[in-house]
Design a protein around this ligand. Structure first.
Ligand SMILES: *Cc1c(COP(=O)(O)O)cnc(C)c1O
Length: 429
């Protein structure tokens, strides 16, 4: 239940903004609740409109890996803003940013900065189509790659939660160019390439899915994507907007030791500002304008304030941060699993590093079909009970929760205890 001030703000917001929110999942529709309006945030905590404190497991949907309002990041933003907030001309900062990203992701030889993950995925697909001269793309059910028309086909999270996997307003002809397959299904992918390999421009994948809840790739799945693309002259695209610098400093490709042709980045790589990137093999990136015929542009691309925030954040992502996140993630996973067992609730906790989902189904969840077996009503009740205990968990069964480096053992343990009580509340009705 949200506070009276938030209820009042929501009523005002609903008159001027569709659903009162600027991104659908923020509306809490799928958990049957009302959103808390946030007034400020610090470290692992969010503060509601009425000042109530919540332990945050959303982290702005991923970027806040160091916790909110990290002093170094805030300082970088302030000092950059004093030099002007946008020039629409090249800067040294952008070069340093590109060099930094390339140093973290060995598969990236050249990159472009853009302003959102949606833009990064859209541009990467255009680059792949321009490079190959082919039109079809392959994506996996439940993976979300932003809201570009041709990617809003069987997409996860918001689309999944609202039961409109194919959005109104997307032309049928546009969606036709997108072929979808079940996640983790290597035989289906092989079959598709055998039948239509010469038409496929790209395969785009979340190397760990976050957008139907956390679903890790099975052994050999990512390798099969890269190998089949190579064999058939298609471009492999890892959409690491969520996993990039989250599951490891160099993303899932570092963890798995794989080099895709192109990579999409956003969220963490943007330091909590509207900044994202796509990049990869030089021969593909050289097709981008003004070097090549593939057009892509942006008034605020590589914005100096955003890039400064990103650099301050990326600089602080050392091995110690990922060790801590792994430790906290394992602690939360074990605690949630134990609480479910104690309370006799069938759940399946899936985690990679500091990305975690508790599916209200026995699992395991290996693909979209498994994920939608979850008892979302029960999840909704659990979510509400968590919120009333000061625990801000993603307001959808099909989202990843995120831990930040500003969380600690005591905070995690308090969350585990609250989760146990919330489970009792969730199974009562
Ligand atoms: C969040 C996300 C996007 C979209 O990024 P926006 O910045 O919200 O446009 C794309 N792909 C994945 C995997 C994401 O998690």
């Amino acid at each position: 239940m949200s506070d009276p001030k938030s209820v009042e703000l929501l009523a005002r917001a609903e008159r001027v903004i569709p659903g009162g929110v600027n991104s659908p999942v923020r509306a809490f529709k799928s958990v049957g609740g009302k959103p808390v309006f946030i007034s400020r945030a610090e470290g692992p905590y969010l503060f509601g409109a009425d000042g109530a404190k919540y332990t945050d497991y959303v982290g702005s949907w991923g970027p806040m890996i160091l916790g909110h309002a990290h002093p170094a990041v805030v300082e970088a933003i302030i000092s950059a803003a004093k030099n002007g907030t946008s020039y629409g001309a090249p800067t040294e900062l952008e070069v340093i940013f590109a060099e930094k990203v390339i140093s973290l992701y060995p598969s990236i030889e050249m990159m472009r900065a853009v302003s959102s993950g949606t833009e990064a995925c859209m541009a990467a697909i255009r680059a792949a189509r321009g490079f190959t001269g082919r039109e079809s793309i392959v994506k996996f059910e439940g993976c979300y790659h932003g809201h570009a028309d041709f990617l809003l086909v069987k997409a996860g999270s918001g689309a999944l939660t609202f039961g409109v996997p194919d959005s109104a307003g997307v032309p049928v002809a546009t969606a036709k160019g997108t072929l979808t397959l079940p996640y983790n299904d290597i035989p289906a992918l092989k079959e598709l390439f055998a039948a239509r390999g010469s038409e496929i421009a790209a395969v785009i994948v979340e190397p760990v899915v976050g957008n139907m809840g956390v679903v890790p790739p099975e052994k050999g799945f990512l390798e099969a994507i890269v190998a089949l693309c190579k064999e058939h002259g298609a471009v492999s695209i890892f959409d690491e907007v969520m996993t990039g610098s989250r599951v490891a400093r160099g993303g899932m490709q570092e963890r798995a030791g794989i080099r895709p042709d192109l990579t999409c980045l956003g969220k963490i790589i943007g330091g909590g500002m509207p900044l994202a990137a796509y990049g990869g093999k030089r021969e593909i990136m050289e097709k981008i304008a003004p070097l090549g015929p593939v057009y892509q542009a942006g008034t605020l691309s590589g914005n100096p304030v955003a890039v400064s925030a990103a650099l301050a954040m990326l600089e602080r992502l050392d091995a110690g941060v990922y060790e801590k996140l792994e430790h906290l993630g394992a602690r939360l996973e074990a605690g949630l699993t134990a609480q479910a067992k104690k309370n006799g609730v069938d759940v399946c906790v899936q985690r990679v590093g500091s990305m975690i989902t508790m599916f209200f189904t026995p699992g395991p969840v290996k693909n979209f079909g498994d994920a939608v077996k979850s008892d979302t009503k029960r999840f909704g009740r659990w979510h509400g009970a968590m919120l009333s205990r000061g625990q801000y968990w993603p307001p959808s069964q099909y989202e990843a929760a995120f831990i930040s480096a500003s969380h600690d053992d005591a905070i995690i343990d308090a969350t585990i205890a609250a989760a146990g009580e919330a489970l009792q509340a969730a199974i009562k009705e």
